[in-house]
Design a protein around this ligand. Sequence first.
Ligand SMILES: [Zn+2]
Length: 325
Amino acid sequence: MRRAPAASRHKARTKSDARSSSEASVWEAEAVAGSSSDDAQVVSELERVGVGLPPGLTISWLGVSGHRLTYEGTSIFIDPYVSRVPLRSLLLRRTAIPDVALIDRYASVAGRVAGVLVGHTHFDHAVDAPAIARRYGAKAYGSASLGHLMRLHGVGDLAVEVEPHRRYELGPFVVRFVPSRHSKLLFGRKVPMDGELTCDHLDGLAPGAYKCGTVYGIRIDVAGSSLYHQGSANLDDAELPSESVDVFLAGVAGRNFTPRYWERILPRLDPRVIVPTHYDNFFSPLGRPQDFVRRVELAALPAEIAAASTDARLAALPRIDSTKP
Ligand SMILES: [Zn+2]
């Protein structure tokens, strides 16, 4: 296809930038850090509670919704995001791309990597997926927007646009993508940076260009155990089967914008353990003291869970930069 004349390309970009910029500033107001001693206290208590995984299965929390699961020498990554984008990059629309040194430090693993799974393509879930897929020669599984992002990085051959509910066998891991929704962080009415990722050049990949794309929850079965990863606190009730899991990796930012979130999702998942994620400030780098998404109110979690579920227990994973080597 022929490219549009430069003048109209510029016009289109300006309009889209203006919208992204206003969304970004609202997102910033809603989601940017606070530092609550209550939140820190809750986290330190929950970190002492064991998740209770089967022998040989390990899970690492990379921050935000990022996790690495390893079993018998094979690993998968979910929403890996260690090249944390500073707030000024959002405000100044600077390019947000993977930082190889940070991936070396926080997202390297011995053995085979059988896949990189991405639940949606906002920057705090998707920035590092192309680089980690390339590094390990692993396929990256997710939406059409993820496929587009992978092609921008020249690794489109490693992208798998998933079919909802299909079983993908990745070494010992069986994964299924469940159509889901993103919480409406913009005043409870709108998903920030909604729509498909359509940026046509790596240089244009400012944080606001990482549009959400299709949203998935991800079910993982391994070693006789099951986990469900929900990066953003919302769901599509009609798509989520009633099928119990052992561990619910629950993104908690923005949960108060989703009506009756816990009451709707917990009966379907019936988890044994709920592990809150996505409560750390996703603009501040790893390696610094952990601060929190504003108004994440972790101290309210036990009562919220108790109101919706009688027997799930809460536990937290220490973030990878706080783990002693
Ligand atoms: Zn998001």
